[in-house]
Write a protein that binds this ligand. Structure first.
Ligand code: UDX
Ligand code: UDX
Length: 457
């Protein structure tokens, strides 16, 4: 079959994989290919055991794979045969040299730009999907045109706003699709082509065109604003604990003000995931580069409050359990950075676990989807065991720490858990997920976040 367009995505990760699967599913007239240097990842994309867990993704991949959706490691051929190339390789926080710990590490990005240049023999549209420092497109353009103006490359910024666990839903019904281009005739023509892809299923009114720098910066700012709301409510949770106010009630009350809005006001053990911390630190770094220290300090506090929230949670566990947890067993419910994903990158649960292990606690870890990643992350670490069955894992533990907001943990039989535990039984709800009054009635000492504890006499 002749395809109308040949789309390639370099980087078959949490962003590239679902995004391309949805494009392929919605646009059978295009050939969509994903390429990745990680052979194991590609092998799994081609198998029944996909490398990432996302509700609804299996079905979509199964429908489109082999029809117009393909996964490969053959980067040279894939580039040569494509018209539009999305780049979705990772841009982690730089771990060395100038900007270490804050700046984005752009080595994979730059390498990809040179690869595109090397293997292109016809004009291409290159789309930035990865989150990048503002003005990266300028460097991209310069690399791509370093051998002259033929073939021609148009660089666009099309940041992805999907959240893990709801990736498919977010892709199918995005709040907006943002496309940024250079203000040139060919830039706008390239934009038309990219917008036409999304217009196959997204209403035109939700497709927004901006200048390329605004698009790049908007992605960093969107993540910074979302994270900032979480730190704001978490800072208030500390005050609630001192004043007998209830943080969920406060969040509900302020959220009804339509200017504030009710989303992203859930207090807990803080935000995690591969994006928020990385992107805020990157924003901080860029501000400092431009001499905007006051602005940088403002955003840096968002990350500091997040870390403070985790320290507070652990300190509270220790003090409530008679100032020592050494040698005590703790049932940990959840290791993923949020519900409905197996992803454990920058997971607040992982941070809390590390601190508990420093105190020589013995951890029994449960998670419905993240045990595989947890095992990898904690390889060689003493004092942790991994369990499929939370009831079995509850045998003789001194405390339960709920660290990820999985629905299945709301539905556990806590009376059964309680029966198996040492007494007094402690339960620390790091996500304010559970029915605290009911747990108290069962016999637990209950410690939510930002609410008064319910202690047995
Ligand atoms: C990535 C970026 O981390 C993030 O900044 C951006 O917002 C979106 O893309 P994610 O998809 O979650 O996010 O990253 P990851 O799951 O690590 O996927 C990146 C993939 O790129 C990996 O599979 C990696 O093997 C691949 N890659 C990396 C290449 O194919 N080539 C490279 O040179 C480098
Ligand atoms: C985020 C952005 O939402 C998304 O638009 C962007 O493309 C990538 O980064 P993601 O990290 O997948 O998505 O998940 P998100 O739902 O934003 O949650 C991030 C973290 O914040 C999780 O650890 C979550 O538990 C926490 N969170 C979220 C809270 O603690 N309270 C809230 O009210 C909301």
């Amino acid at each position: 079959m002749e395809f109308e367009k040949r789309i390639l995505c370099i980087g078959a990760g949490y962003v590239g994989g679902p995004t391309m699967a949805v494009i392929a599913d919605k646009c059978p007239q295009y050939r969509v290919e994903l390429v990745d240097i990680n052979e194991e990842r590609i092998r799994r994309w081609n198998s029944e055991d996909l490398p990432i867990y996302e509700p609804g993704l299996d079905e979509i991949v199964r429908r489109a794979r082999g029809r117009n959706l393909f996964f490969t490691t053959e980067v040279a051929t894939a580039i040569e045969h494509s018209d539009i190339i999305f780049v979705s390789v990772n841009t982690p926080t730089k771990a060395f040299g100038q900007g270490a710990g804050q700046a984005a590490d752009l080595q994979y990005w730059e390498k990809t730009a040179y690869q595109i240049l090397k293997h292109s023999h016809s004009d291409k549209i290159v789309v930035e999907k990865s989150t990048l420092p503002v003005r990266t497109a300028e460097a991209m353009q310069r690399i791509l045109h370093s051998r002259g103006t033929s073939p021609r490359f148009d660089v666009l910024s099309n940041p992805e706003f999907l959240a893990e666990g709801t990736a498919v839903e977010n892709l199918l019904q995005p709040d907006r699709v943002l496309v940024g281009c250079m203000n040139t005739e060919s830039g706008h023509k390239a934009c038309d082509q990219l917008e036409a892809i999304y217009a196959n299923w997204v209403d035109r009114s939700r497709i927004i065109r901006t200048n390329i720098w605004s698009a790049e910066l908007s992605k960093l700012v969107a993540n910074a604003f979302l994270a900032q709301r979480i730190s704001a409510i978490n800072s208030i949770s500390a005050l609630c604990e001192k004043t007998e106010a209830d943080v969920d009630e406060v969040a509900h009350s302020i959220g009804l003000d339509s200017r504030i809005g009710k989303k992203f006001l859930k207090a807990g053990i803080g935000f995690g995931g591969s994006c928020f911390k990385k992107d805020i630190l990157n924003l901080v770094y860029i501000c400092r580069q431009h001499g905007l220290d006051e602005v940088a300090d403002f955003w840096e506090r968002v990350v500091e409050i997040n870390e403070y929230q985790q320290s507070r949670f652990v300190a509270n566990m220790i003090s409530e359990m008679f100032n020592t947890i050494a040698g005590k067993s703790i049932l940990v419910l959840g290791f993923a950075f949020k519900a409905d994903t197996g992803d454990t990158r920058e997971s607040p649960a992982a941070q809390v676990c590390r601190r508990l292990l420093e105190e020589h606690a013995q951890l029994r870890l449960c998670d419905p989807k993240a045990l595989e990643n947890a095992r990898k992350e904690l390889i060689g670490v003493q004092g942790v065991s991994f369990h499929e069955d939370p009831y079995e894992a509850a045998e003789n533990v001194h405390a339960v720490a709920l660290l990820t907001d999985w629905q299945c943990y709301r539905e556990l039989d806590y009376a059964k858990v309680f029966d198996r535990m040492e007494k007094p039984a402690f339960l620390f709800d790091g996500r304010n997920l559970l029915d605290h009054r009911r747990l108290f009635e069962i016999g637990f000492n209950v410690y939510p976040v930002g609410k008064s504890p319910l202690r047995q006499l």
